[in-house]
Design a protein around this ligand. Structure first.
Ligand SMILES: Cc1ncc(COP(=O)(O)O)c(C=O)c1O
Length: 376
């Protein structure tokens, strides 16, 4: 059977491509997945749910007690209740459902460039037109002037991702206010992807949960509880959008992963202590990788403020795919910056969701490869 034109026009993710090339002995700083253990209470809750027979379809929007508990935990970021929460089978699915529910052919969607690999293809699959906007400064704030210049009367959505994959950038107050004003003035909706909200090392998380009149928020338990395989996330939106989102989700998956929901439900009451510890672990790794990268001539980076990615720039007269290829031959997997859009060219992304010995081994390879290429 011939593949649809729609799918044919979408490239394979650059992240997966590198991962598939990795040999058994390579150091993998390519994938964005915490290596920590999930909270014990999460595991207990999921196991108990399976053993007590919670293995069936559930309500499409998620189990009411779970929606209420999620709303309560996240009410630190905005005045949200169970009616604002729809559980989803992952942050990825949440993004797909939002794209399919709200984008019409010809609608324009402003996406960060560089930005997470799904925003552009999901917009195209829905028939929309992704329009990249730039990021500025060493801390990768959205380029407000660029966004303003690219707003048209077809602009339906502005995608914001803080903390950011791949840059590690965290929205500052000025950017947050400027984005809110742009949404207000233009009538566009902000789709805010906040899946790394709990990993911030400088500054604070500015959530669009407090602006649901102009924003739809995507979040996920994948990174927060180190349960990427559980596939559970949620959409936080104004109640008026819920019937359409629920209709959409019914046709995507009917309902979400029931044992995962109960795992999250059991873990939420004690989650703050777990998050403090995992954030501290990642802060130490961030300091380590920033110091190591800072010592390598030919690379440049301001220490990232959030998420678990380092996104240094390089100036070696080659593309990021070529440099990532050299590193792969020397035994290190990372992701070429161009996998995140044309604006990522000239950068590499290293995930530091790996233990310190792996980070050090990876940085040793990086240092010697760059020295060789610079003929030092
Ligand atoms: C920025 C961003 N958003 C969303 C996701 C999707 O996460 P999940 O589908 O595991 O919830 C990821 C995963 O890497 C991500 O980096």
């Amino acid at each position: 059977m011939k593949v649809s034109h729609r799918l044919e026009s979408i490239p394979v993710s650059g992240i997966r491509k590198m991962f598939d090339l990795a040999g058994p002995d390579t150091i993998n700083l390519g994938l964005g997945e915490p290596d920590l253990a999930p909270p014990e209470a999460a595991k207990e809750g999921a196991i108990r749910a399976i053993e007590s027979g919670k293995n069936k379809y559930g309500p499409t929007a998620g189990t009411p007690a779970v929606r209420a508990a999620v709303a309560e935990w996240f009410s630190r970021f905005g005045n949200v209740g169970a009616g604002n929460i729809m559980m989803t089978p992952s942050g990825s699915t949440a993004l797909l459902e939002i794209a399919q529910a709200f984008i019409d052919p010809g609608d324009e969607v402003l996406v960060p460039d560089p930005g997470f690999v799904m925003y552009d293809p999901l917009t195209r699959l829905a028939g929309g037109r992704p329009v990249g906007y730039g990021l500025t400064g060493g801390d990768f704030q959205p380029d407000i002037e660029d966004i303003k210049a690219k707003i048209t009367d077809r602009t339906k959505i502005i995608v914001v991702n803080s903390p950011s994959n791949p840059t590690g950038g965290v929205l500052d107050a000025a950017s947050y206010d400027a984005l809110s004003d742009i949404a207000e003035d233009s009538g566009a909706t902000i789709v805010s992807d906040e899946v790394y909200h709990c990993y911030i090392y400088e500054g604070e998380h500015r959530s669009f949960m407090s602006k649901l009149d102009r924003a739809v928020v995507v979040n996920s338990f994948s990174k927060m509880m180190a349960v990427t395989g559980w596939r559970l996330g949620f959409i936080c939106a104004d109640e008026s959008l819920m019937p359409d989102l629920i209709k959409m989700q019914y046709h995507v998956c009917a309902s979400v992963n029931m044992p995962s929901e109960y795992g999250v439900l059991n873990a939420l009451p004690e989650l703050d202590g777990y998050l403090k510890e995992s954030c501290e672990t990642f802060r130490k790794r961030r300091d380590l990788i920033s110091e190591r990268i800072g010592d390598i001539k030919g690379l440049s980076m301001t220490p990232p403020r959030g998420a678990f990615y380092a996104f240094p720039s390089f100036d070696l007269g080659m593309s990021s795919v070529e440099l990532a290829g050299e590193l792969l031959r020397d035994g290190l997997v990372c992701t070429p910056g161009s996998a995140f859009g044309a604006g990522g060219e000239g950068h590499l992304r290293f995930s530091y969701a790996a233990d310190e010995s792996k980070i050090n081994a990876g940085m040793d390879i990086l240092e010697s490869t760059i020295k060789r290429l610079r003929r030092e």
